[in-house]
Design a protein around this ligand. Structure first.
Ligand SMILES: *[C@@H]1O[C@H](CO)[C@@H](O)[C@H](O)[C@H]1NC(C)=O
Length: 221
């Protein structure tokens, strides 16, 4: 699970254990049967961050999520909901984990009468992630001799669990506030360490009234 050997690429998981940890790209797949509207489709990277490759909500396999269902509900193998992969990318790329509720995929129904599932193929990219709540500073750093390369940064809010301490619901309920930014990349790429404040003064205010946070995924090269 958590091996502390030096293999192909090495990254310093400073916040976790200050040990050199082996990290290589890993291909992952998660399938969630759409049997219950409240089922959660959860992607998770033990190391690094999620990069979604493919996603399907519908049915193209006769075998997946079939048990117990009559054949007429499994016969359509050309069912795919439009926009599914974009939805997954928007919500999950650059994060260590993400959770989506099946209910949100059900309408409009791409093939009524067919039992569907949500399947995502993704890669875990070696990366260090930093989250700084609004008004706090994000610190990015690499070992001496290596430099920061930012994969992506977002100043906004996309869940109700990050940076919520003592915040009223009204400030954390808007989870549609995506605001990818290249400011972190412009300021930090090529440096050994870098500090940047998660604030409207630096990034602008993409959603007024919402308490935001800065998420950064980067690597050391
Ligand atoms: C995920 O990858 C597998 C193996 O390559 C493939 O059979 C499957 O169709 C892929 N799933 C999606 C949603 O594209």
């Amino acid at each position: 699970m958590f091996s502390c050997f030096t293999l192909r690429s090495v990254l310093l998981l400073a916040a976790t254990c200050l040990l050199l940890t082996a990290v290589v790209d890993s291909a992952e797949q998660v399938t969630t049967c759409d049997w219950y509207p409240l089922s959660i489709h959860r992607l998770y990277c033990e190391h690094g961050v999620i990069s979604v490759d493919q996603a399907l909500y519908g049915r193209t396999s006769a075998l997946l999520c079939a048990d117990g269902n009559p054949p007429q509900h499994l016969a359509n193998l050309q069912c795919a909901r439009q926009g599914t992969v974009d939805n997954l990318k928007t919500n999950c790329n650059g994060k260590t984990s993400c959770e989506l509720i099946m209910e949100d995929f059900r309408t409009p129904d791409p093939c009524a009468g067919t039992v569907k599932y949500l399947q995502t193929n993704f890669t875990c990219l070696p990366a260090i992630t930093v989250v700084a709540c609004e008004s706090s500073e994000a610190h990015l750093y690499c070992e001496l001799g290596r430099t920061i390369l930012v994969y992506g940064a977002d100043y906004g809010r996309r869940d109700r669990t990050t940076c919520t301490y003592r915040r009223p619901l009204s400030q954390i309920e808007n989870t549609e506030c995506l605001h990818p930014t290249d400011i972190v990349s412009r300021r930090c790429d090529g440096k050994t360490s870098c500090k940047i404040t998660a604030s409207n003064a630096v990034f602008g205010d993409p959603c007024k009234g919402t308490y935001k946070y800065l998420e950064v995924a980067y690597t050391c090269t």
